[in-house]
Design a protein around this ligand. Sequence first.
Ligand SMILES: [Zn+2]
Ligand SMILES: [Zn+2]
Length: 236
Amino acid sequence: MVSFRTFSHTLVNVFFPERCLGCQEFNTWLCSHCFNQLPLITEQKCPLCDTSTTPDGATCFKCSGDKENALDGTLVASTYSDPLLRKMIHFYKYRFVSGLSLPLAQVLAQSLIHSHLPTPDIIVPVPLHKRRLRWRGFNHAEKIVTDLDLKIPHTSDTLIRVRYTPPQAHIKKRNARITSIKGAFKVDPKEVANVTNKNILLIDDITTTGATLNECAVALKKAGAARVWSIVIAKE
Ligand SMILES: [Zn+2]
Ligand SMILES: [Zn+2]
């Protein structure tokens, strides 16, 4: 007699078998060969102007004078123009293939290893609003942080999304994105001591204008963070 669990698992596999998104090899979402083909970005740019080349994606001298900016830099691991990477992100975020968080975390790890960033005191995933979390079932950025397994404290309680905002992917204009996300985050008052004078690494999957990452940095710096750097898998 086949148990219901085995039966339902078989059903899932019939409709949606686990195969490498690159070469179709069975029993893996990404084989080691295809993983090694993923491009890593070596030349990083300022996250604000996206033109000046800076070490590890530091905010350039000119842009750091912008009083709206709180982000010290953004390291971009890979490129969204790579079809396989784009497919991985799409399957992870919109087809809920949670097994892809591990190879995506490994892409981030590779980029961090090649960077000269000092070890952060804490890692903070970009939080989802409760409403969005209910819909998705898990915070995709948080799962990547867990899989990164860097032996650095990470917390999903520090930063709270206080306001629901439409997904940034649905807002096309840069200025509209920046306005929509303003004031959307705050540090939990109970967590302020864990942030004051700390070097923080923010993690998200993709960035477009950097507005979300910057708003997280604004909230963290208001709570006394010394430095806020971020790392993303790709820039859209
Ligand atoms: Zn493959
Ligand atoms: Zn710049």
